[in-house]
Design a binder for this molecule. Structure first.
Ligand code: PGA
Length: 250
């Protein structure tokens, strides 16, 4: 049986307090008037987590961090630990987003450590992987994904504590997406690769969600693809009505 889709909002470096509280109010009203068939996670910037935790308490919406340090505490100026995210009631954390891999040189080994820190604190890791345009054009997609999976996903990953987000780097924020067939094939490839490498996941049930230029126009057809277990939504999640439409397309 198909699992309930997981729809994650990644706000990136967007959102100030006042407008965000208005967003939550509107989104909660929409949610209370309609039935949805998915799990929802919102990952606002760290500065908003406390207010979100308060406003989302008692709802089914989960909260997530967009990144974390792999240590619990210490001399790491500007970093936020998993313990801190837990303190803010986060149930999820995004690790290895391509913007972190590219702009902060975060490699797969570090991503694996962050995910492990999340597991140890009872937080689910959303591990992002994806190929660049150059890699796609040179038919390296599968090789790159296999390499990222091998080094970012540890033997501690299970269906309960890990979600894989397939985000082609060239699709993020570009308005371009792979074809539905390509998305479906790549997701199947990711699932097969995980089933072969992870003993605890022989049923191939780790969720693989798609991210990169998801909009109100393409969300339902991407979600309908057989091997797609959810969506990671950036820009379109910043507007409560649009994110609502995406959530209700599940
Ligand atoms: P986008 O971002 O939906 O704005 O393309 C997705 C992401 O980077 O997670």
């Amino acid at each position: 049986m198909r699992q309930k889709p997981l729809i994650v909002a990644n706000w990136k470096m967007n959102g100030l307090l006042l407008e965000s509280m208005q967003y939550i109010k509107k989104f909660k009203t929409l949610l209370s008037c309609n039935l949805v068939n998915c799990e929802i996670v919102i990952c606002p910037p760290f500065t908003l987590l406390r207010d979100f935790a308060e406003k989302l308490s008692g709802t089914d919406i989960e909260l997530g961090g967009q990144n974390c340090h792999h240590r619990d505490h210490g001399a790491h100026t500007g970093d936020v630990s998993i313990a801190m995210l837990k303190d803010m009631k986060c149930g999820y954390v995004i690790v290895g987003h391509s913007e972190r891999r590219m702009h902060y040189s975060e490699g797969s080994e570090l991503v694996r450590k962050k995910a492990k820190a999340a597991y140890e604190n009872g937080i689910k890791a959303i591990i992002c992987i994806g190929e660049t345009l150059y890699e796609k054009e040179n038919n390296l997609t599968r090789e790159i994904l296999a390499e990222q999976l091998a080094h970012s996903v540890s033997k501690f990953a299970t269906c309960e504590n890990t979600v894989i987000a397939y985000e082609p780097v060239w699709a993020i924020g570009s308005g371009k997406t792979p074809t539905l067939g390509e998305i479906n094939d790549i997701h199947l490839y990711i699932k097969d690769t995980l089933t072969k490498t992870l003993k605890k996941c022989t049923d191939g049930n780790i969720k693989v969600i798609y991210g990169g230029s998801v909009t109100t126009n393409n969300a339902s057809e991407i979600l309908a693809a057989k091997n797609v277990d959810g969506l990671l939504v950036g820009k379109a999640s910043l507007d409560a009505d649009k994110f609502w439409q995406i959530v209700s397309s599940s």
